[in-house]
Structure formats: C-alpha cells, structure tokens
Design a protein around this ligand. Structure first.
Ligand code: BG6
Length: 587
C-alpha cells in the first residue's frame, strides 16, 4: 500500500508534496518520487529510500512547477529499486502517474500496449496506467474520454493521480481511498487527509468509481460512466489528525506512553452512541467479529470476554479468511469489524461478503470518515488520536476498552470496570521500562521467543508475539500454554526464551506446571506476573488487578515496550519496520 498525493496551486507545490508524503510515510517507505509540470514539460525525480533522505539528496522540495504529484511506495510488483519507484511516465513523457493498489490484469494490458510499440521500463503493474492514458488521449484528444476508456480497461483495486504536461491533474478511485482537499490557495488530492492537513480542513471523500479533473479553472467530479457525480464537502478536525512526536524520539514510544490517557479518552467520549451499539449486539441472533493483524487479536479476546458476562458468544473470523468462511455466516446476524485505519482491504472485503449474505455490519474504527466507517451500518470511534507507528499499540488498548465498556452496558450483572485504576496501573508499568530495556539487551540475539498464556491471556500471547515479530524481526510465537506439551515443547532447548503471562488468577497454578516442563528443557523463563517465582530467570512485574478479567488491558504494555526496545537494540527503526505498512489496502 502506498501513499499518493497531487496538488495544483498558484505557487510552486513541491514543498507541499514533500511535507504531505512525510506525514503519510507510514503507508509505505520503500521509495519516494515527485513529478511537476513546468512550461508544458514534466520534471521528475525519484529514488529508493525514506522521504527525508531522498529529499536531502535530490532536493525534491525545490522542484519548480505549480502542479505536481508525489508518491511513497510499499512494493507489490517489482523489486525495491529506482526504476520501479513512482511516478511512472507514458512512452512520450506527456503523462506521469502515481498509483496505490494493484492492477490485476496489468500483464495482458502490457502485452496489448507492447503490440502498439510501447516499450516498458519497469516491472510494475502501475506503468500500464500512463501508457493507457497516453494511448487513449492520442485517440480521443479529450481528457474525460481518455480517463473513462482507461478505467474500463483496469481490473483490481486502485486509486491513481495523473499529471498531464498541460498542467492539469486527474485522479480516479476504484476501492482504494482518495480524498480531495479544497484550499483557498490550491486544490489537493491524496490517499489520506494527512497529505494536505496543514493546508485545509475542507475535504471531499471521493466515492467508489469516481474520478476528478482539476485544472487552473477548478475541478469537476464524475462517475466512471461520465455523469457528473454528487459529493459532499466535509470539515475535518485538525486536532484529531495531530501527527507530532511531542518530544518523543519515535511515534511508537509516544503512542505507548499515551495509553494511560487514551484509554480514558475512548471510554469517556460522548460522541459514540454506545447504547445503540450494545443494543444491536444484544438483539443479534449470531455475532461474528473480524479484523486483521492486531485488530484480529482483539476479536480473540472478545471471544473469551463476552460469554463471561453476557449471553453473547461471538465467533472470531480473520478478515483474510472471510472469503473461505462465508458459509458460517447466518443471515440477519451481526458482523463487528475492527480496524484502526478503516482501510484494510481484507476487512473491507469481509464487509462486502457479510452484506451479500444479509448481515448487519457495525465497526470499531480509529480513522473516522474512513471507508469502513462510511460502509458500516453503525460505528464506534476510538478517539485515541492518530496512530502513526506501524505496529499498533494505543489502538489495541482502546479497541479492547470499547468491548469492556459495551459489556458494562449489556451485562445483567451491573458491573462497572474501574478504567481510572487501569490507567494508573499502566503508568506504573511504564515506569518499569528500565527492567524491560535490560531484557531487550539480552533477547536481541535470540532466534526464537515463545509466549505462553491460558484463557483470556492466550490472545495477549498472540499479540505480544506479533509486536516482537513486527519490530524486532525475531521469530516469536504465542501459544495457549496447555497446548505446549502437544507438540511445540519439541522446539524448546537452551537457546529458547519463553515469556509466560502468569498473573495470579484461575490460570496461575496450571501455568506454573507447564513452566516447570519448559524450564526442564533448558529454556530461559521471563515471568510476566504480579507475583515473583523462583522459576523465572527474569521477572516483569505487573500490578495486581481486580477483577482479573481486566489484565489484558495492562499485560500487553510490557510486550509493546519490549518490542520497541529490542528494535532499537538491533538498530531498526521502530516506526517504520521493514516490509510492513500501517494499513494494507491490497488483499
Ligand atoms: C497492518 C499493521 O498493516 O495492518 C498492523 O501493520 C495492523 O499494525 C493491521 O494491526 C490491521 O490494520 P487495521 O488498520 O485494519 O487495524
């Protein structure tokens, strides 16, 4: 998944493009490129690497031209190299294109265009777009017709922005997010409001199968069939789109340390219609919960949580597996979708499958006005602020706290969870950071780390392992402790590190017996518990918490810190881990 941006103004735009790409870099950081138009010629610079580095080498932000486009890449087709970096030009250099998504039929289109004598330079799927546009412009001489003919040819999921040498911009959306910004000194189009957030807070969310033509005279939005499109101008809040590090070295550490307050921001925000959400859940014959990555681990916790306090027994289904699980979906049931970004392609596909099967869809999302929020029947916002760090941290504890809050509303046991105490205990764990930094120093060279948890702690073992994989590139795996002796115990030897999630609750004693078995195979034990035990080679102390059902909200924090510090120990960038992106808008 990439970030794309376009801008047309009455002054040079390259600096605005570079700043926009910098804010959207979490969407992809393999390469950067910009193209501007000046005196009916297209200027283009691109290179492999991060925005700041490439900009300081190539001086992207000094390129002249009052109209331009930009891109940061998360490679899907073709290696990470300069030729495959965007923008891509058509064969006569009159059109430049930046693209987010996948053109599934690019190979056939490429073969057809090669028959017309067009020579391709890159391995990308994207390069067919400027060449199709170029070929149709030769035929029609008309920008609108050129675009309509092009989108009828493209298959897949995409949004792209094209810069024409005459200085006009065109952009099209087919499933991938695309947002226009209306400034008083210029127009913007981008995959994310962060692209132009400092320039305007008036935006138009392009709907699916729409395109826009922007030139010096203004803009027109059309449907793919050529008809004028209906659209709404929205005012967005800059505050909820704040992307400052506030003195922290990394967004990831900032977002980890925000959690004592973000959890309270989530459960105390009055914008959410909690009652309706709870009612819809209560009145649904079957409840399915879906998500990807960290958001899916929330679905796993909910599976343990709801039956304890309510008559609801949700089923968790990974979004990327929904296509092969649709026979499990019962009509008139409810699908709850969880997504920080609201743009993960797998989650959006799960929504369309559920709707086809006649289910209601409600969502828990952080990015308001995202595609998921707009396609859901109802939704709850996290209000935990923008999350930039690619590994989800504060969104996880906020997503979790949403379900605890909903249980308060649904359960007949009239329970009240003390979120203030949870917030205070998270601060206590954050104060214990030096202990975790020392453990990071020791495990940084480990080849395998196993995380154990029973009951509601098992999904946290999964999430802990995911954090360590995402940020420290060490193979880590979360197990239900009891499953160990049925196979994974074979993996254990003197080189293994085992982190046992073992607070004093109904899982404590059973866990200790299994920890004994692991210790007997020579593995190093890191005990994560409110109580010390001699079996532990290292003890990560977490405070005692009642009711123990709340432990998932605090016991994930040490894993976030451990992953962050191990990432630093191996010299990686915790905010932009290799091969990943903040949300993946391709399947
Ligand atoms: C991945 C992110 O791309 O997508 C993960 O790196 C995230 O951190 C996952 O958990 C799902 O994203 P979302 O936005 O749908 O919750």
């Amino acid at each position: 998944m990439c970030s794309i941006i376009g801008c047309i103004a009455n002054s040079d735009v390259s600096e605005t493009l570079v700043k926009g790409l910098k804010r959207m870099e979490y969407r992809g950081y393999d390469s950067v490129g910009i193209a501007t138009s000046l005196d009916s010629k297209i200027l283009l610079k691109k290179e492999v690497g991060r925005v700041n580095v490439v900009n300081s080498n190539l001086k992207l932000d000094t390129m002249p031209g009052h109209v331009g486009i930009g891109h940061t890449r998360w490679a899907t087709h073709g290696q990470v190299n300069k030729i495959n970096a965007h923008p891509h030009l058509c064969s006569d250099n009159s059109i430049a294109v930046v693209h987010n998504g996948i053109i599934e039929n690019y190979w056939e289109l490429r073969k057809d265009l090669e028959k017309e004598g067009i020579v391709f330079k890159s391995e990308t799927d994207t390069e067919v777009i400027p060449n199709l546009l170029g070929s149709f412009f030769k035929q029609t001489g008309n920008i609108k017709e050129m675009l309509m003919k092009t989108v009828t040819k493209l298959k897949g999921q995409y949004s792209f922005i094209a810069l024409l040498k005459d200085g006009s911009l065109i952009a099209a959306r087919f499933h991938e997010p695309l947002i226009m910004g209306l400034g008083n000194k210029g127009y913007f189009v981008s995959s994310d409001v962060l692209g132009f957030i400092e320039k305007t807070d008036y935006v138009i969310y392009l709907e699916n199968e729409q395109f826009v033509i922007i030139d010096g005279k203004g803009y027109k939005i059309y449907n793919f069939d050529g008809g004028l499109a209906r659209y709404k101008i929205n005012k967005i809040s800059k505050q909820s789109n704040d992307v400052n590090k506030n003195g922290y070295e990394h967004f990831t550490r900032k977002e980890i340390f925000e959690q004592p307050s973000t959890i309270l921001d989530t459960v105390n925000n009055s914008n959410n219609d909690w009652e309706t959400f709870a009612e819809i859940m209560q009145n649904s014959p079957n409840v399915y919960i879906t998500g990807s990555g960290t958001s899916y681990n929330i679905a796993l916790v909910a599976k343990y949580l709801f039956p304890m306090y309510t008559t609801i027994s949700p089923e968790s289904i990974m979004s990327s597996e929904m296509n092969y699980s649709k026979d499990r979906l019962r009509k008139n049931s409810l699908l709850i979708t969880i997504s920080q970004s609201g743009e993960s392609a797998d989650v959006l596909e799960a929504v369309s499958i559920a709707k086809e099967k006649g289910l209601n869809v409600i969502s828990i999302v952080n990015s308001l006005a995202s595609s998921l929020e707009r396609e859901s029947d109802a939704s709850l916002g996290l209000y935990c602020g923008t999350e930039i760090g690619v590994a989800a941290t504060k969104s996880f504890t906020s997503q979790l706290s949403v379900f605890y809050k909903i249980i308060e509303l649904i359960s007949k046991q009239h329970i009240k969870f003390d979120f203030k105490t949870v917030s205070k205990l998270i601060s206590e764990i954050l104060d214990n950071e030096p202990t975790i930094m020392n453990i990071a120093k020791e495990i940084k060279n480990a080849s395998d780390i196993y995380i154990l948890g029973r009951g509601i702690h098992y999904p946290i073992a999964k999430e802990g392992a995911l954090k360590i994989k995402e940020l420290s590139y060490i193979h880590a795996e979360g197990f239900a402790t009891g499953e160990l002796k049925h196979g994974p115990l074979a993996l254990m030897d003197k080189s293994s590190y085992v982190i046992a999630i073992n607070p004093e609750d109904n899982t404590y004693q059973d866990n200790l017996s299994n920890i004994q078995e692991v210790k007997a195979r020579g593995a190093k034990i890191i005990g994560l518990s409110n109580k010390h035990h001699d079996l532990y080679d290292h003890w990560i102390k977490i405070p005692h918490l009642e009711p123990s059902i709340l432990y998932p909200l605090i016991e994930i924090i040490p894993f976030q810190l451990l992953a962050y510090h191990t990432s630093l120990e191996i010299g990686a960038d915790p905010d932009y881990p290799r091969n990943l992106a903040k949300c993946v808008t391709v399947k």
